[in-house]
Ligand binder design. Structure first.
Ligand code: SAH
Length: 455
């Protein structure tokens, strides 16, 4: 029997925070999760959902506020599902992210001797996103709206400013919305699966200022494309590339496989430190440019290359990490599953003048087996997988290859912890640094250094 009932109003003290940033109040040992409540606060809340093992509450009033509480600067914050932590000071967000890593690695997995450093934060943690994927829809009055999804829904909140996306993206978003309305461009209706424009994706090179705008469409025909191109080019002098991406699937995946260039170049360019990168619309590129430089620098510090090492850059995207390391390595081998990203990686090696790199398209878990049978003996392996972490075969091959160091970058510390346990037979997990790539959201990124034991 649950100890609370729906619609009941209660008072209590918040004793913990979940990894989603929700406050936790307990009655006996039964937890109630309350979004926007902070640790140590005395609050009044209403029960809105009751389950066997937990309940969800809605924050009604704060009797005693935490020192970590701030007024969220974004006017859409209470509704939008994009940010979750704007009601916390930035310092508290950074501490919370470190605490999560401590919890996973020290308390749960017993890596007691691993040093977990402070989270590396941003000086000004706003307007950091270099890529925005903005859904387009219609409101009840049949006007075109652009913005972000309401929490746990696909209702679009029409907005004219998102505080975490690049300012230029906000300007493009507002102009494009006006033009889509004025030109009566057909807009995709997710429920009826009809209509044309689904998303507008904007990418900016933060160091070069180059700008790419992509219209994601359900079908090829975008009648007004020339007018949209002419207006974008006339309004935004930095525009480098305008594309149309065709996505006729009815899934939540934003981009389809096929893109055509409507104006300018096929890729935009950006730099990280002194390295220049071309980025295709389909390729992964880290969202927060200035934090990426700090993340990669930490990875380089952990690798401590002397110039003699063979380095593997696994899950390499457009080759950013490997190319960062190439000047300090004997040879870099990169592997990535997206073909466009590997094309970019090869081109990026050429434009930076590096001849000591090899990039291969394929699954890391398969390509690494080929490298093993070809007798490649890596000294350092960089690992940067998607959220689901690494495949077991991949980790077992890594163990068999016996590199001196493994540097594992992760956007999901819980799968990183699982993979760390598998590596721990032969490797010491020496240190982990969380790097805040996504301020005001609950996302935690980490870079971990594993050093081979004398086995
Ligand atoms: N290291 C890059 C990319 C990291 S994101 C950077 O810092 O920019 C993770 C990358 O892994 C993505 O580019 C994704 O396409 C790729 N990927 C996902 N599954 C893969 C697999 N099984 N094998 C190789 N690459 C994979």
């Amino acid at each position: 029997m649950a100890v609370v009932q729906k619609n009941e109003v209660r008072e209590g003290e918040v004793i913990d925070l979940t990894h989603e940033g929700h406050g936790v109040v307990k009655i006996d040992r039964y937890p109630i999760f309350i979004p926007h409540a902070l640790i140590n606060e005395q609050i009044e809340y209403k029960i809105i959902k009751v389950k066997k093992n937990f309940a969800i509450g809605k924050l009604l009033e704060i009797h005693e506020a935490s020192e970590d509480r701030v007024t969220p600067p974004c006017v859409y914050y209470q509704k939008c599902g994009g940010c979750q932590l704007q009601h916390m000071t930035y310092r508290a967000q950074l501490d919370m992210k470190r605490e999560q890593v401590v919890n996973l690695f020290h308390r749960k997995a017993g890596f007691d001797r691993t040093t977990i450093h402070d989270t590396i934060g941003m000086e000004t943690p706003w307007h950091y996103r270099n890529k925005s994927q903005i859904p387009v829809g219609k409101n009840k009055a049949q006007e075109t709206v652009m913005g972000f999804y309401r929490q746990r829904s696909h209702d679009i909140i029409d907005m004219d400013e998102c505080l975490i996306q690049d300012d230029i993206h906000n300007e493009v978003m507002n102009k494009v919305r006006d033009w889509l309305n004025e030109l009566q461009v057909s807009i995709y209706n997710e429920r009826k699966k009809k209509g044309i424009v689904r998303h507008v994706v904007i990418r900016a090179g933060h160091h070069t200022g180059e700008l790419m705008v992509i219209f994601v469409t359900n079908g090829r025909k975008l009648k007004q494309s020339q007018t949209l191109v002419d207006r974008l080019v006339a309004t935004f002098p930095n525009i480098t590339s305008i594309k149309q991406n065709i996505n006729q699937t009815h899934s939540n995946v934003i981009m389809g496989d096929e893109s055509v260039t409507l104006y300018g170049k096929d890729q935009i360019e950006d730099t990280l430190s002194d390295v220049r990168f071309k980025i295709s619309d389909q390729s992964f590129y880290q969202i927060n440019t200035s934090q990426t430089e700090k993340l990669y620098q930490k990875a380089i510090d952990y690798a401590a290359l002397s110039g003699e090492e063979t380095v593997l850059d696994t899950y390499c995207g457009i080759g950013t990490i490997g190319l960062y390391m190439a000047p300090q390595a004997k040879h870099v081998y990169g592997v990535e599953v997206v073909p466009e990203a590997i094309t970019d990686a090869k081109e990026n090696a050429t434009i930076n003048g590096y001849q000591n790199t090899t990039f291969v398209c394929g699954k890391a878990e398969e390509v690494i087996l080929g490298w093993q049978s070809n007798g490649i003996k890596p000294d350092v392996v960089m690992v940067d997988p998607p959220r689901k972490g690494c495949d077991e075969t991949f980790l077992d091959t890594l163990l068999a290859l016996k590199p001196q160091k493994i540097i594992y970058i992760s956007c999901n510390p819980s799968t990183q912890q699982r993979d760390a346990l598998r590596l721990s037979s032969n490797y010491d997990l020496v240190q982990i640094t969380p790097v805040d790539m996504f301020p005001h959201t609950t996302h935690v990124e980490t870079v971990a250094q594993f050093v081979r034991k004398d086995v």
